[in-house]
Ligand binder design. Structure first.
Ligand SMILES: *Cc1c(COP(=O)(O)O)cnc(C)c1O
Length: 374
């Protein structure tokens, strides 16, 4: 097998959700847009629903289909882009809740899906999505007459606690919504960490669930193993990779692993990144190619079958820093050709208990009371 292997720790994901949930008195939703930040929206949403999440958010209506299938009919699935032309059938069939962003969207919604649940997104200064104060003043009475289930806005600088923009947006959000009897939501991962003033009735973390900053205490959710395709000896003075950017300063052992920039491992990663054989770090040398990366394993005492790119020792944020980007981009760029495995100790235990119960039922019907089995 020459494709890289991404392991997604569903227990760590659930632990991160619970840890964020414990920081507030409000409901904690889960943002699963962009296919669950690259990890698989269906699996992620199903596991978080089990952990207790009752509300989910996606970016576009189409993304809500897989999430609805995964979580069943109960939970709310909000759509940040609101009600776009052509969305009505998808919104209806999957009971999705669009966050209305404009007067046009509000009109479309009441015309195409009268009585269908919706929320309102306000723009409090980010200038990206949502009704601005003037639009809101116009639409407010009409929109509130249609019973929105949520009023939300989004913070532009929540990853910088000291930034004046946070207070400014908080003030405007309150001005626009105080006295309204509808549930409110302002905070994503960064906003949760800013403190209780920002929490309102619901928080909407995304990246923190998946092990990314700014939630420093997040558990690592992804492990990425890259199979070693070939190992070769390189003499002092020989070069490795495109454009001869690395020259061996000693006789070296070079391992070539199967993944590259086509798998979201940016070309810019070449410098300062290491691959792990157990706890031993081996530096990436030469350019990252489309499908291959070369690694100096001279100091290893064995030839590894695979090397680890992501683990507890090297996180998505470490890769992001090396590539001059953010953890969000590393996560959502994860290669489509990676083999993905989901692990959950709690699910393994559940399955084991269920199979024992099955056997007992067959061997001694009546031994297990079905109500106790719940
Ligand atoms: C992406 C997004 C979130 C989640 O943000 P994180 O920083 O990943 O926690 C919440 N709300 C909105 C509107 C978003 O676009």
């Amino acid at each position: 097998m020459s494709t890289a292997h991404l392991t997604i720790d569903l227990d760590a994901l659930a632990d991160n959700w619970r840890a964020l949930d414990a920081r507030t008195k409000s409901e904690t939703a889960a943002v699963v847009k962009a296919n669950g930040y690259g990890l698989g929206a269906g699996r992620v949403a199903a596991h978080l629903a089990k952990a207790g999440a009752r509300s989910f958010f996606v970016a576009a209506a189409e993304e809500g289909v897989a999430v609805r299938k995964a979580v069943g009919p109960g939970p709310m699935i909000g759509v940040f882009s609101g009600h776009m032309e052509g969305d009505a059938a998808t919104l209806r069939a999957n009971a999705l809740t669009p966050m209305i962003n404009s007067v046009d969207q509000m009109l479309r919604h009441v015309e195409r899906l009268p009585g269908h649940r919706f929320g309102i997104q306000l723009d409090t200064g980010m200038n990206r999505l949502g009704l601005e104060p003037d639009d809101w003043a116009q639409l407010r009475e009409i929109a509130l007459g249609q019973n929105p289930v949520l009023i939300m806005s989004h913070l532009a600088c929540a990853d910088e606690p000291g930034h004046e923009m946070n207070q400014k947006q908080l003030r405007l959000f309150k001005e626009m919504t105080n006295g309204i009897d509808v549930r409110r939501s302002l905070a994503a991962t960064g906003g949760i960490l800013l403190g209780s003033e920002y929490h309102f009735d619901m928080c909407r973390p995304g990246v923190g669930l998946y092990g990314g900053e700014p939630f420093d205490e997040a558990k690592a959710v992804v492990t990425l193993d890259l199979p070693v395709i070939q190992v070769r000896d390189v003499a002092k003075g020989e070069t490795v990779g495109y454009s001869n950017t690395w020259t061996a300063s000693r006789p070296s052992r070079i391992a070539t692993v199967a993944a590259g920039y086509a798998d979201g491992l940016h070309r810019a990663l070449g410098r300062g990144i290491e691959l792990y054989a157990g706890k031993t770090a081996c530096p990436v040398v030469g350019r990252v190619s489309m499908d291959l990366i070369t690694v100096d394993i001279t100091d290893l005492d064995h030839e590894p079958d695979a090397l680890q790119m992501l683990n507890r020792l090297q996180t998505v944020d470490d890769l992001a820093e090396a590539a001059g980007t953010i953890g969000y981009e590393i996560l959502t760029s994860m290669g489509q050709r990676y083999r993905r495995t989901y692990v959950s100790r709690s699910e393994v235990v559940e399955r084991a208990v269920e199979s024992i119960r099955d056997k007992l039922r067959r061997v001694k019907p009546g031994l297990i009371s079905e109500s106790a089995a719940e």
